[in-house]
Design a protein around this ligand. Structure first.
Ligand code: ADP
Length: 399
């Protein structure tokens, strides 16, 4: 069974084609970028063959999807004989609100709900829906599945999702904590337990998904019980360009001083803040470390702020869980940035966390335990694979 996995943003489409017959096998992947701009770009990488990049205007999502489908069946470097070999399509959908606590087969009702949620996810849900409707047009007889970033967190207890604002705003507008990156948190927790031979139902786990967007989740008995992102993905940790937790009074003060309107305030907290905003150098951790090497103090400060934030959330969630059996690092930073992992785990003996510094420094791209043998809490690095989760759910729900 071949599954096309799509992640549609407002101006981009990331895609992967996987064969799910026995083990999941990647057949091709790539990205359509700068949709709607004067010059768009289309990248296509068939497994085991050369990558190609085409630069041309791509007026809308439909044109982008057309490029993807044509490339997949191209006689020269395609990976399919015909489009009939695509058996199902899985879509990453940002916001499932309180409607979706798991992935679903796309139906008119599901689409209506995704559309209604555009109100609270205006940057993502409209693009996700566009992806779904375009695929319905291009591949009308193929089942489609929606996998939500929020659904894993629908198990949060009320005390963890209600904000300290008038309750009527929850009732009227659905303002509450939803949380994101759910597919990743669930996937790495389950994978780690499988590797350790543990029963997840008995364990307390803290998963740290550290990428451009970053979030931490407390998992008890396999269920999300708290998570750092909130109503939107700007909450929680200091991220690449997002502010994370911020005194709301400070936000109002800066907006007043700078004369920001709502759109500018949005850019300020989502695009100009985080480690980028602190350092003035970059949102990319590799570039921050290079800057540190040549003596840039603010790049060093940004990295310190980031790891201190992660550490504090681990502490908070250990309290929420009344202990922790396993801490997991994942995402581009969690999987690759060993000094950040070391800084987060430094001086955490109180929680029974001790990592083997040499092991931590030497692992590359492997799912590995990095805590010492006598560490009460296990610490692991686990590679995430959100596309695989989407493909697996798509297979399950399209049969
Ligand atoms: P997203 O999917 O949210 O865009 P990723 O999970 O791909 O993000 O993570 C991107 C981040 O991972 C970037 O900040 C990048 O600097 C960091 N990263 C990737 N590889 C490395 C590495 N080898 N060392 C340090 N940081 C890395």
């Amino acid at each position: 069974m071949n599954v096309l996995v799509l992640n549609c943003g407002s101006s981009s489409i990331k895609y992967q084609l996987l064969n799910m017959d026995t083990e999941a096998t990647l057949l091709a992947k790539g990205i359509v970028e700068k949709i709607g701009l004067a010059c768009g770009s289309f990248t296509y990488k068939p497994e085991g063959k050369e990558k190609s990049v085409i630069e041309q205007p791509i007026p809308d999502h439909s044109a982008g999807m057309d490029l993807i489908l044509k490339a997949l069946v191209d006689p020269r470097n395609g990976v399919l004989g015909s489009l009939a070999e695509i058996n199902a399509v899985g879509h990453r959908v940002a916001h499932g609100g309180e409607y979706f606590s798991e992935s679903v087969r796309v139906t008119p009702d599901a689409k209506e709900k995704i559309r209604a949620l555009s109100e609270i996810a205006p940057l993502h849900n409209p693009a996700n829906l566009k992806g779904i409707e375009t695929m319905e047009r291009l591949l009308p007889s193929v089942p489609q599945v929606a996998v939500f970033d929020t659904s894993f967190h629908q198990t949060l207890p009320e005390k963890a999702y209600v904000y300290g604002i008038p309750y009527e705003y929850y009732e009227k507008y659905g303002v509450r904590r939803y949380g994101f990156h759910g597919t990743s948190h669930k996937f790495v927790a389950e994978k780690a337990c499988r590797l350790l031979g543990w029963n997840i139902a008995e364990k307390k786990i803290i998963t740290c998904h550290l990428g451009n967007g970053a979030s931490i989740t407390a998992i008890q008995g396999g269920k999300s019980v708290d998570t750092s992102m909130g109503f939107t993905p700007v909450a929680g940790l200091v991220m690449g360009t997002r502010a994370g937790d911020l005194d709301l009074g400070a936000l109002l003060y800066v907006c007043e001083k700078e004369g920001y309107d709502l759109a500018q305030a949005n850019t300020f907290i989502n695009k100009q803040s985080g480690v980028q905003g602190i350092s003035g150098v970059s949102s990319d951790f590799r570039e921050l470390w290079s800057a540190v090497e040549v003596g840039n103090k603010r790049a060093g400060l940004a990295l310190d702020v980031f790891s201190y934030n992660v550490k504090k959330y681990i502490g908070a969630y250990a309290a929420a869980l009344n202990g922790v059996d396993l801490v997991i690092f994942t995402g581009g930073i969690g999987e690759n940035d060993q000094p950040i992992r070391e800084a987060v785990c430094e001086d955490m003996d109180f929680f029974g966390i001790r990592i083997d510094k040499q092991l931590n420094a030497s692992i590359k791209g492997k799912d590995t335990v990095i805590s010492t043998a006598d560490s009460r809490t296990k610490v692991m690095v686990i590679s995430t694979d959100e596309e695989l989760v989407i493909a697996m759910d798509t297979v399950r729900l399209s049969k």
